[in-house]
Structure formats: structure tokens, C-alpha cells
Design a protein. Structure first.
Length: 409
């Protein structure tokens, strides 16, 4: 499928608006990182606890923040997900595992104190485990004459909690009468459950991540190493495959893409976690691949157009690969937009990084990498200018060294 045919756009002649835009974005991102003391790291990198809590209705964010601020030694982060899920992420930092465990207990106690109705010592069915539920129901079931063995009670309790955790409940039961749908819950059993259990308006069992500070620091260091080694490997490959100035241009362009993407996370106050690092490494490979396609076409055209200026050859090469670039980048961009809009909170950081990276990476291959190669090509050309023959006015002596155009063959 050919989108463009015989185009002749002067891409290199329009490089300055894009270079200026890149400088502005880079400066804004770096200034934001300096002001904020670096990126906003996720739990994986800074160490801490992240608890996901689901509410029956709209989460009371202000009340929740106020209660946790008073209870915890340091201010937590309270962030809501999509309104349809009624879920909230509560994050706390900790200097050691003991502090993290204490913070987790404080959060659970605070939720119970502020968002549970008076229960007269009953068991919260929305926030309990199978073992606890079995222990709580064993004696009342025997007194009520339900006639359940321990094995039967274990299976019944597991069935009740499986019902609680299955959509559309997804962790929250709104009414104890709904348990009549569970196999084995007879009216007699349901009456015992009503006497011994109650339903809180939230569930703190959606998921809890705990990462120690030392592990977080190690992960952060390894993420930096992985990114830098990827860039170094790309530089070595292109240096070997093309020339040093092509490798330098490609790596600077990819480094430019990475810095701007990280800067966008800082400007929009978005959290960087392991999925974002995966997106950055994906971006490195994607942007480098796009740059190599253009460089390979430049090399082919250099062989066939020995007398054409390097800038003209670059414009010709970009025009020849324009259809491929638009098709590849456009379809990938649409996919990432779909992930960003409908992928949910788990993929939000990953898709945001890819959306920013694809936009920046696509134009950097043309307006950043190619001008860098052109600059160094002109520098090499000036150094190889033919010397004037003494006594021969206006005559020049052909240089022994190859021109950058021929050297790229």
C-alpha cells in the first residue's frame, strides 16, 4: 500500500521549528525535574506500601485524606481511579519493613473506624479471609443445628468469598440477602451469617503492594543501567553498521526522546514505575528502528547519487520512506491512544509514555538525528576541502580523502 508517491518535501529546510520545540520541551522537563527533586517514583522505586481500596459508592476522598493525615506519621497519597470502579489507591512511604507494616495496620484501622457502621463485634464479611470466616461461623452453626462438618464449612466459606470476589461484586457485597444465591447457603445458614457478620462500605482486599526501600533503590539503579546499556548497545551497532556520525546522531535523538518523555511525566505529575521503564525501553528500540530505516535509505542513495549534496540525499531518503513512517507510527500511535483511554489505571503510565514517545520519536528521526549527521558531515567536508595549487590561480587539487557522501558507501 503506497500512501505517498514521488513526494519532494524539504524536510531538512524545516528543521529549526522542531529543534526549537525540542529545546523548549527539554528545558521545561529538566526544570520541572529540578524543582520537584526528580521524577515522581512509584512504590517499586522509592519503597513503600500501595493499597487499593474499593468503595460501594463514590469514594469520599477528602474525608479519607483527612483521616489518614491525622493517623499516619507522614502524609499519604490518595488517588482515585476511574469513577466507574469506585477504587482508590492509598500510598505510604516507610524507612524499613517494620514501619511499612505499622502503616498498613494504621490504614486498615482508620478505614474501619471511619467507614464501618457500628457492628457490635460482628465480623466484616467484605474484609475477611476464609480461615477467619470458618472460625467465626463454626460454633454458631453448631448451636443453630446447621449440621455442617469442618470440611463442609470450609467449602461453604470459600464459596461465599468466591461469590464476593466475582464480578459484578468484585470484592464488595452490598446486601447479605444476596448470599442466598450461593450454593449451600440455606435460610438457616443465612440467618447465622446475619447474626455473626456485617458488611462494611469498602473493601481493602483489592491488593496491597509492599516494597522495602533497599529493594526500591536497587530497582531504580537497575532501571537506569538498563536504559543506558540499551543506548550504548545501539550506538555500537550503528557505528559498526554505518559510521560514527550516524551512530552519534541516532543515540542523541533517542536520548532526546527519552529525556522529553521523562520530562512530560514530571510536567504532568505522573508516577514512574516499572511499566514506565518498560515503555521507555520499548521507545528506545522503536525510535532507533525508525532512524535506522532512514539512515539505511540514505546510505543506498549515497551510492547511486555520488555528486548530489548530502542534504538533498537526506531529503530524498526521508521522502522515500515517508509512507512507511506514517503507516508504522500512525498505527502504533492509534493503538497506544486506545490503551491510554481504555486500558485502565494499570496501563496508564505505560501507554502515556508510548504516546509521548511515538510523537517525539517520529519527528526526531527526521528533524533531530538527520540534522546532526548533516552537521558532522559538513564539518568533515570542510576539513577535506581541496588545497589550492601554488601558482595555479583558481585551480584546485582533488582530495585524496573520500567525501562524507562517498565514505558512507
Amino acid at each position: 500500500m503506497e500512501l505517498f508517491r514521488n513526494t519532494n518535501y524539504d524536510f531538512l529546510g524545516k528543521k529549526w521549528p522542531f529543534i526549537i520545540a525540542s529545546l523548549i520541551l527539554t528545558a521545561a522537563g529538566l526544570i520541572s525535574l529540578v524543582i520537584k527533586g526528580g521524577p515522581r517514583y512509584g512504590i517499586e522505586f522509592k519503597g513503600g506500601m500501595l493499597m487499593t481500596v474499593k468503595f460501594l459508592g463514590t469514594p469520599p476522598l477528602d474525608e479519607l485524606r483527612s483521616a489518614l493525615d491525622k493517623a499516619l506519621p507522614s502524609a499519604p497519597t490518595v488517588q482515585s481511579f476511574e469513577a466507574a470502579t469506585n477504587e482508590v489507591a492509598i500510598g505510604t512511604e516507610g524507612a524499613d519493613d517494620l514501619t511499612l507494616a505499622k502503616n498498613q495496620k494504621i490504614v486498615l484501622d482508620t478505614l474501619k473506624a471511619h467507614f464501618s457502621q457500628p457492628n457490635n463485634g460482628k465480623l466484616d464479611l467484605n474484609n475477611t479471609s476464609t480461615a477467619v470466616l470458618v472460625d467465626r461461623l463454626r460454633a454458631p452453626m453448631q448451636r443453630a443445628g446447621a449440621g455442617l462438618s469442618d470440611d463442609q464449612l470450609q467449602k461453604l466459606s470459600q464459596a461465599i468469598l468466591d461469590y464476593r470476589n466475582t464480578p459484578p461484586q468484585s470484592g464488595l457485597i452490598a446486601n447479605l440477602d444476596d448470599l442466598s444465591k450461593v450454593p449451600g447457603v440455606t435460610p438457616q445458614v443465612l440467618n447465622v451469617i446475619k447474626q455473626e457478620c456485617y458488611l462494611a462500605s469498602y473493601s481493602a482486599l483489592r491488593g496491597t503492594e509492599v516494597v522495602g526501600p533497599k529493594v526500591g533503590a536497587d530497582l531504580r539503579r537497575q532501571a537506569v543501567y538498563a536504559t543506558m546499556l540499551a543506548l550504548a548497545g545501539m550506538l555500537a551497532y550503528i557505528w559498526f553498521r554505518f559510521e560514527w556520525m550516524y551512530g552519534l546522531g541516532a543515540v542523541i535523538a533517542v536520548f532526546h526522546d527519552t529525556i522529553i518523555t521523562i520530562g512530560m511525566f514530571s510536567l504532568f505529575n505522573k508516577e514512574m514505575d516499572l511499566t514506565v521503564i518498560a515503555a521507555l525501553l520499548t521507545l528506545v528500540g522503536y525510535s532507533m528502528n525508525d532512524t535506522i530505516v532512514i539512515f539505511d535509505r540514505i546510505r543506498e542513495n549515497l551510492k547511486m547519487n555520488l555528486r548530489m549534496p548530502l542534504e538533498s540525499i537526506m531529503n530524498l531518503s526521508v521522502n522515500q520512506t515517508l509512507g512507511r513512517t506514517v503507516m508504522t507510527s500512525g498505527l502504533t500511535f492509534l493503538t497506544c491512544i486506545a490503551l491510554f483511554m481504555f486500558g485502565g489505571p494499570v496501563l496508564h503510565g505505560f501507554s502515556f509514555a508510548l504516546v509521548c514517545g511515538i510523537i517525539v520519536g517520529t519527528y526526531s528521526s527526521v528533524f533531530i538525528a538527520s540534522p546532526i549527521v548533516l552537521y558532522f558531515g559538513d564539518v568533515m567536508e570542510r576539513r577535506r576541502k581541496p588545497a589550492v595549487v601554488p601558482g595555479g590561480a583558481g585551480r584546485v587539487k582533488s582530495p585524496d580523502a573520500k567525501s562524507p557522501a562517498k565514505a558512507a558507501k
